[in-house]
Design a protein around this ligand. Structure first.
Ligand SMILES: NC(=O)c1ccc[n+]([C@@H]2O[C@H](COP(=O)([O-])OP(=O)(O)OC[C@H]3O[C@@H](n4cnc5c(N)ncnc54)[C@H](OP(=O)(O)O)[C@@H]3O)[C@@H](O)[C@H]2O)c1
Length: 270
């Protein structure tokens, strides 16, 4: 029965989306509502979420939440448990991206990346798990990772490490869920034009719109796959380079890096 319901997963379902106020999360919510789902939307900025409920009426319920704050999470948990006693799908889309600047090793930046991109997803599942188990469908927890975790990119030390942690965690969970009533899925987008990437001052190959990204994510979830990569051409290109990582590290990334090191003999401690 659960198997049969897999295809219809994202129609008439109850879904919780974090990071729902902008970018990919917002486009996912819009698509889900159009497909006739009921969506609980979370993020820190209440005004962005309220706009969604204004647009979509009682198909959207607002539960503001900071996924890196335990008090905020426990408040959100109470509210979600009052709204529903099951969830068919949870999409952990909340995320942040900051770049390394000249290997500064700013520990606050690393901590924030891990707290939101990795631990935030763990906390989201922690809240959702009892409700996913109650679903009458093969429920799914979806983590939004990134294609960055396929290969090391310059300046992405903090962001990439947090997404790599997320990827390992999801794959490891998958190994423990083979006969469970719910499953996990990792989505790895390439570049999507959102507020997050508006800071990027470099060329973004195969850039997609949030609407294209949302459709790829929803199709990928419905396919039942563990890993959903898009866009396909960018993912295939990165897969090729990850098979020859030595070439990537030696010939490609030096052209992309901006770090400047002033390691003259006089300032080295010999
Ligand atoms: N855009 C891309 O090219 C791209 C590529 C690969 C992966 N991704 C991933 O896709 C996801 C969505 O990113 P986006 O591109 O759509 O950027 P975005 O528009 O900046 O969306 C990120 C969302 O996360 C929310 N958020 C941030 N910190 C949070 C926290 N502590 N608690 C709860 N919500 C928080 C933000 O809302 P509030 O500030 O209101 O909380 C925002 O709505 C992220 O996980 C990102 O890493 C994006």
């Amino acid at each position: 029965m659960k198997q049969a319901n897999e295809e219809a997963l994202l129609s008439g379902a109850t879904v919780w989306v974090t990071g729902a106020g902008s970018g990919l999360g917002r486009a996912i919510v819009q698509r889900l509502v159009e497909q006739g789902n009921f969506v609980i939307v979370s993020g820190r900025r209440r005004e962005l979420l309220t706009q969604l409920s204004f647009d979509y009426g009682n198909q959207v319920k607002v539960v503001p939440c900071d996924v890196s704050d335990s008090f905020s999470l426990s408040q959100a948990q109470k509210e979600i448990f009052e709204i529903t006693d099951y969830l068919d799908c949870v999409i952990a889309c909340a995320g942040l991206c900051e770049y390394e600047d000249n290997v500064s090793l700013n520990i606050d930046m690393y901590r924030a990346a891990m707290e939101v991109n990795f631990l935030g997803a763990v906390s989201t599942l922690n809240i959702a798990k009892p409700l996913l188990i109650q679903s009458e469908r093969k429920a799914v927890f979806v983590a939004v990772g990134s294609l960055v975790s396929q290969l090391p990119f310059p300046r992405a030390e903090a962001y990439g490490a947090s997404k790599a942690a997320l990827e390992y965690w999801i794959k490891s969970l998958h190994t423990d869920l083979h006969d469970a009533s719910w499953r996990v899925c990792l989505v790895r987008p390439g570049f999507v034009k959102t507020p997050m990437t508006s800071q990027n001052d470099f060329e973004m190959p195969f850039l997609q719109t949030p609407e294209q990204g949302a459709q790829a994510i929803i199709n990928g979830i419905a396919s039942g796959r563990l890993i959903v990569d898009f866009p396909r051409r960018f993912s295939l290109m990165l897969r090729f380079f990850s098979a020859v990582e030595g070439v990537w590290l030696r010939w490609i990334t030096p052209k992309m890096s901006r770090a400047q090191h002033h390691n003259t003999l006089s300032n080295r401690h010999l």
